[in-house]
Design a protein around this ligand. Sequence first.
Ligand SMILES: CC(C)(COP(=O)(O)OP(=O)(O)OC[C@H]1O[C@@H](n2cnc3c(N)ncnc32)[C@H](O)[C@@H]1OP(=O)(O)O)[C@@H](O)C(=O)NCCC(=O)NCCS
Length: 203
Amino acid sequence: MRDRFELTLRDGTPVIVRPLIDEDRPAVAEAYRRLSPEGRYQRFWTPIGELLGGAMLDRLIEQNPTKHVTWVVLDPARDFPGVGGASWWRNAANPAEAEISAMVLDADQHRGIGTLLLAVMWLTALRAGVEQLVAYMLQDNRRAAKWVQDCGAIGEWDGYKLVFRWDLHDLDILPATPAAADLASWLAELSPRILGDQETVAS
Ligand SMILES: CC(C)(COP(=O)(O)OP(=O)(O)OC[C@H]1O[C@@H](n2cnc3c(N)ncnc32)[C@H](O)[C@@H]1OP(=O)(O)O)[C@@H](O)C(=O)NCCC(=O)NCCS
């Protein structure tokens, strides 16, 4: 099974979806530079500047299929192909759970890229034996909060941040929204390719 997929976004754009590799280091640094300050803050929770620190780059790029993955969506027709990426990190104290984060370049948001990345995170986490994905969000990140809820996550306020959860084995939680329909469709398409003979997820 090879983790590199040629897929088509709903507007017809062909994209490549694959794990981040060490050679991507300069491109990740450049993608970070291209983010809006607001996007950087929503993803990294700190008003850091235009450059991504080496430690954070290492944290994104160093992968272990059972502990942490980062995948990217690339539009090969562009001079700068990277349009978005997502990661999950397994909770060492509770291995049934992994924390997900996602980032799509501002100009490419609302094209279904985040939902595609969520499906890839869902299936790679299931492949690793993770049962729940959890996403943490700042209170004012309404757009992302609406998106994850539209994609079936159950949320709560813990007094400091919003906490959203998906039970990866339970597709009945998916609501009747366009985003959840997209998610279910990507899960059905990618499930045999990522999970292989393991449990399949059907829409
Ligand atoms: C949150 C984020 C990753 C979402 O990525 P995205 O590529 O814009 O997500 P999608 O396009 O798949 O879905 C988002 C929107 O499309 C809608 N959508 C998805 N599929 C759809 C479809 N088939 N038809 C119509 N609308 C659809 C969703 O409901 C959502 O709508 P909204 O923007 O009105 O709320 C992106 O906004 C981002 O990078 N934000 C900054 C970083 C951040 O907040 N990260 C935290 C997430 S853990």
